[in-house]
Design a protein around this ligand. Structure first.
Ligand code: GZL
Length: 306
């Protein structure tokens, strides 16, 4: 019948100009905006048509956005799945329609979909390692501060799940630390501030805040200052993303350490697409390397931060 066998990944026909989809999760923070700009700039350089959608924070809308791209007959879809499970139907619908999917920055539940069978590859950071590196810094540099509040990213997203997993495992292995509370601030600044305020009131003895991204770390800094505490001194503040604002906060002594998670996916996304179009074998995971910023290098690295 000519239909796709279950394990067949849709091919990408060789063309000199493509129409590609990019299904973004939301645009509520500088990281997301930088990622979108990077994708739009690269598509522009290549002269490709980019069908861009913004799910405004809704996984259900992101599924609908992907389905609309399928209906528009795009050649390939770049997808940053907002949450690991709800986006599986979108990945499978694209496969069924014969449209290859490349996952950017966030992954889908590995028990429900496979790279090389259901989607081409996942391009992104090792979030477990990001959490582990933050924990390892804390184990070495805590100076006796061991009572932790954790501000988690978007519930059900792979960065939130894995940044927690990597951190908690390393902290538990080290021993001597207490995780007082762990709650989602949805990767958002104001939500992060509100959650930090509530948790600091509930746990006045907290002396470490680990935020899964800069937006929530900046929110936590506002909460600490509102409570008359000196961020980075009275309370250790740790973050992930490494945007300019956070690296400046390291220079200013308000954030103690931050692991980079670079949002500039454009070049690598389209380079991977070109390799796939040529029929090259693509690894199941095209891993991004993440820098590490602390007082020893923040000033020197500030100019390079996104
Ligand atoms: C990580 C990305 C996360 C960032 C947050 O790849 O999905 O989402 O760390 C962003 O800042 O909201």
């Amino acid at each position: 019948t000519g239909g796709l066998a279950l394990a067949d990944l849709p091919p990408l026909p060789a063309k000199d100009k493509y129409k590609v989809g990019f299904a973004q999760t939301e645009s509520n923070n500088p990281w997301r905006i930088a990622q979108t700009k990077s994708m739009q700039d690269e598509a522009g350089k290549l002269g490709y048509q980019l069908v861009y959608t913004d799910a405004a924070g809704s996984a259900a809308k992101q599924v609908a956005d992907v389905n609309s791209m399928i209906a528009q007959g795009v050649d390939l879809i770049f997808l940053a799945p907002r949450e690991e499970k709800p986006l599986i139907p979108a990945v499978m619908a694209a496969k069924k329609a014969g449209i290859p999917v490349i996952l950017l920055d966030r992954n889908v539940d590995q028990a429900l979909a496979k790279a090389g069978e259901d989607y081409v590859t996942f391009i992104g950071s090792d979030f477990v390692d990001e959490g582990k590196r933050i924990a390892e810094w804390l184990v070495k540099n805590n100076g006796g501060k061991t009572k932790i509040i954790q501000l988690e990213g978007t519930t059900g997203s792979s960065p939130a799940n894995d940044r927690k997993k990597g951190f908690d495992e390393a902290i538990n292995a080290a021993g001597g630390f207490t995780l007082l509370a762990s709650q989602s601030g949805d990767f958002a600044r104001d939500k992060g501030r509100q959650v930090a305020e509530a948790l600091l009131q509930a746990h006045p003895d907290a002396d470490v805040i680990y935020a899964h991204n800069d937006e929530m770390a900046m929110g936590a800094i506002a909460a600490l200052e509102a409570a008359g505490k000196k961020p980075g001194t009275d309370v250790i503040v740790l973050s992930i993303d490494g945007g300019k604002e956070a690296v400046q906060a390291v220079v200013d002594g308000k954030i103690n350490a931050v692991v980079e998670c670079n949002p500039r996916f454009g070049p690598k996304a389209f380079e991977t697409m070109a390799k796939y179009a040529k029929g090259e074998k693509i690894d199941a995971w095209v891993k991004n390397d993440d820098k590490f910023y602390d007082p020893s290098n923040a000033a020197a690295e500030l100019a390079n931060a996104y």
